[in-house]
Design a protein around this ligand. Structure first.
Ligand code: SF4
Length: 76
């Protein structure tokens, strides 16, 4: 049975890689949702951090963009 929170969960918003998202979904969202830390938090009425993964770890924040001067071509 799929997770009852599937339609409102923002897991996909915090994961940019489609393949990685599919792995999380196939393990947790499509069956083992009772073990999902996002599910447990939501069920207890607490806020679910966007970067929280179903296994309880926080996804690394996106890397900061390089300063503008490092993006200029060199040698010109
Ligand atoms: S990440 Fe967790 S709470 Fe969100 S849909 Fe999947 S199992 Fe449910």
């Amino acid at each position: 049975m799929p997770c009852p929170r599937l339609s409102t969960c923002k897991l996909a918003n915090g994961i940019s890689m489609r393949e990685a998202l599919r792995v999380w979904q196939s393990f947790y969202c499509d069956g083992m949702y009772a073990r999902c830390e996002r599910y447990k938090l939501a069920e207890s009425g607490r806020d679910v951090p966007l970067r929280l993964l179903p296994n309880g770890r926080l996804q690394d924040p996106p890397s900061a963009p390089e300063p503008a001067d490092k993006r200029r071509p060199t040698g010109t």
